[in-house]
Design a protein around this ligand. Structure first.
Ligand code: SF4
Ligand code: SF4
Length: 293
């Protein structure tokens, strides 16, 4: 959980599991729908306690460090016993009631505009629980935001709409073949759901990650501008960053964007101006940029 994303000060709940596989994903730990153990090499002193305490004998060592087996049941024994906190359990099982009781403790920090954001992974993969959670929020007057990639059945969004104060809706790539190439899925259902949602009275913030060599082309921004237009509250072009590189290393995964630097400020301004000139005056950009223009 964290306190960012969406209007006001908020608590964000990251649910695991995602139907897309964006090659630039900045939350790779949330793609897997199940809990897992992460190893932080800089904290490990090589004592071997984790391997001794694992009831499944699922921990091995080699020159690259500590590895947990696919059959790890995420029981958390090794993470509790590790003397240096080099192992961390990612993903905790909650009931809706327990999660609500945990999150509502932050209420004093939210202020009048803040509240709770359900994010991921893709929050709507567990939409029945999100719906039950949001119903509790609305019964208590808590502001709700749903961060979604738009890739789910229409009726899921129809059921969530009455309990969602704002949708944070990702639109990534206009060209369907490019969308398949970079996310593993077609954008058809995402655009169809967006068209429907934009025709309701829902508050919507659209966000587009500006990824070098993938989403940062003039054609993509022009295409998306024709879809977004001025039908939503905001359209945020989020500048690429490489802060997640450590996450990929901890997961033992390669990241296609490892060597990529930040995008120049002038290019972000150019893309924003293009979005505005292409029919979407509400576009703006955010995030870190390279010092040189
Ligand atoms: S118990 Fe912790 S410090 Fe010891 S080897 Fe395992 S991960 Fe490293
Ligand atoms: S979480 Fe449990 S099963 Fe998984 S590696 Fe650690 S001790 Fe073994």
């Amino acid at each position: 959980m964290s306190t960012e994303d969406g209007p006001g000060l908020r608590t964000t709940v990251f649910l695991k599991g995602c139907p897309l596989a964006c090659t630039w994903c900045h939350n790779p730990e949330s793609i897997e729908p199940r809990s897992h153990v992460e190893w932080k090499g800089v904290l490990c002193m090589g004592c071997g306690i984790c391997a001794k305490v694992c009831p499944k004998h699922g921990i091995t060592f080699d020159e690259d460090g500590v590895h947990t087996a696919d059959f790890c049941e995420a029981c958390g024994t090794c993470t509790r016993e590790c003397p240096t906190q080099a192992l961390e359990l990612k993903g905790v099982n909650y009931t809706v009631d327990d999660l609500y009781a945990t999150v509502i403790k932050d209420r004093a920090f939210w202020g009048k505009d803040g509240g709770i954001t359900m994010s991921g992974g893709e929050a709507t993969l567990q939409w029945e629980d999100v719906l039950a959670f949001f119903k509790k929020c609305k019964a208590d007057g808590v502001h709700t935001a749903l961060d979604t990639c738009g890739f789910n059945r229409r009726d899921v969004y129809e059921q969530l709409l009455p309990y969602t104060d704002i949708f944070l809706y990702d639109l990534k790539l206009f060209d369907d073949a490019e969308h398949v190439k970079y996310t593993g899925q077609s954008n058809k259902i995402i655009f169809e759901n967006f068209e429907w949602l934009a025709g309701t009275d829902a508050r919507i913030w659209v966000r587009t990650p500006i990824i070098p060599g993938a989403t940062d082309t003039d054609e993509n921004i022009k295409g998306l501008a024709g879809i977004v237009r001025d039908r939503v509250e905001k359209w945020e072009l989020c500048s690429f960053n490489n802060l997640c590189v450590d996450k990929y290393e901890r997961l033992g995964k390669e990241w296609d964007f490892k060597g990529k630097g930040l995008i120049a400020k002038a290019r972000m301004e150019e893309l924003t101006a293009l979005a505005q000139a292409s029919g979407s005056p509400i576009a703006f950009w955010s995030g870190a940029t390279a010092l040189e223009n």
